[in-house]
Design a protein around this ligand. Structure first.
Ligand code: MG
Ligand code: MG
Length: 256
């Protein structure tokens, strides 16, 4: 079931989303060569705590996971595309880092992700990140009243395929509301004009996940969580939680 939010609920969701945006901002500023993923997780924990928010990631255990998730961020480095556990790994020069973060505040959830490099970037990584962000922007631009879910999927997929990237198979965006993962699923590739019609008050997390090697397939790391490209190429992820409104898409997870 897809819940249609009142305008008051959208205001409350903006406050949850703001915490996510602020946490990602803080993590990005703290990230540098030599900083550990656990330290980045601590940075995000501090932002959530200061805002009175809790983490929908911490302790999360979907069907595919054998162990509950131990962090408030997913930190996915290089060939890890998503779901990376914040470990003691210290960032190295040229790493490509994806950070995904959620927050729960006032009964509502927010979910967003960014990708960036630390130290001296590889040009190929900058291109991958730029394309992933362009796909996110295209998906969001398609998230308008009376469009369909498939229009978002098509917009995202077209950008990724045109660049020759793979699209992480089976994963995509989702509804957001009182919990982080709700209906509907928003695939990152697909045909336009298909699927559920978008209405004012629907809230979606839109999140392209692109694989530089051009293949869609992945493997699960030994930690049971991280999803790795199966050709060793790098991946990037970008995400915002967005409300569909009569005035156009409204970003709920921008920082303050
Ligand atoms: Mg996310
Ligand atoms: Mg998400």
């Amino acid at each position: 079931m897809v819940e249609i939010k009142t305008d008051a609920a959208l205001e409350a969701m903006r406050e949850a989303g703001r915490v996510v945006g602020d946490a990602l901002d803080a993590v990005r500023r703290a990230a540098a060569v030599g900083v550990s993923l656990k330290e980045l997780d601590e940075v995000a924990r501090d932002v959530l705590r200061a805002a009175g928010a809790t983490s929908p990631f911490l302790g999360y255990r979907p069907d595919f996971a054998d162990t509950p998730f131990p962090g408030v961020i997913c930190s996915s480095v290089n060939d890890a595309v998503v779901h990376g556990i914040p470990t003691d790994y210290r960032l190295r020069d040229g790493d490509l880092v994806g950070i995904d973060c959620g927050a729960q505040l006032g009964g509502w959830a927010g979910d967003a992700a960014i990708s960036f490099t630390v130290g001296t970037p590889r040009p190929a990584d900058l291109a991958l990140i730029d394309t992933t962000e362009r796909a996110l922007a295209a998906g969001i631009a398609a998230a308008v009243v009376d469009a369909r879910i498939g229009d978002i999927s098509h917009a995202i997929g077209s950008v990724g395929r045109a660049a020759g990237y793979g699209i992480l198979a089976g994963f995509g965006g989702h509804g957001v509301g009182r919990s982080m993962h709700e209906d509907p699923h928003v695939a990152n590739d697909g045909r336009p004009g298909r699927g559920m019609r978008l209405r004012h008050g629907m809230v979606l997390a839109i999140e392209p996940m692109f694989l530089a090697g051009g293949r869609d397939s992945y493997r699960v790391a030994a930690d049971g969580w991280s999803l790795l490209t199966d050709d060793g190429s790098r991946g990037a992820h970008a995400e915002h939680t967005v409300a569909i409104t009569q005035d156009g898409p409204r970003f709920l997870t921008l920082p303050s």
